[in-house]
Design a protein around this ligand. Structure first.
Ligand SMILES: [Zn+2]
Ligand SMILES: [Zn+2]
Length: 126
């Protein structure tokens, strides 16, 4: 499979790593939409939130356990936003489950007020 995030995990595509453990990898988005914009991904390839199941839940659990640690390392003491786009209607651009951590400033209350009627499509490495 030609998955850009799997290539980031195996190092064949470079990234600015923020965090790594046996199940989780996190790196800075190349086109940040906030002062802090980090992507957190499971090392196991899972297509999207829709494909989370009992078989891969252990990996997903480790992603969620890592997120508060990553947020602390990033200095997000005052909070942050966590986003996962899923599928066509969610405007998922890379088909490897990932979570956007956005923070470093007070974000706008509603995504639609900033992004209009368009989907929230972050510009990561694709
Ligand atoms: Zn992948
Ligand atoms: Zn994304």
């Amino acid at each position: 499979m030609d998955c850009i995030f799997c290539k980031i995990i195996d190092g064949s595509i470079p990234s600015k790593k923020v965090y790594e453990d046996e199940a989780v990898y996190a790196f800075h988005d190349i086109n940040p939409l906030a002062p802090v914009h980090v992507l957190v991904i499971p090392k196991m390839h899972i297509d999207s939130m829709d494909k989370v199941s009992a078989d891969n839940a252990e990996y997903v659990k480790k992603v969620f356990l890592a997120i508060p640690k990553i947020a602390e390392e990033l200095g997000l003491k005052n909070g942050y936003r966590l986003i996962s786009n899923c599928g066509e209607d969610g405007c998922q651009s890379v088909k490897h489950l990932h979570f956007h951590i956005l923070g470093g400033k007070k974000l706008e209350e509603k995504l639609v007020s900033r992004f209009g009627l368009k989907c929230f499509v972050p510009f990561h490495q694709d």
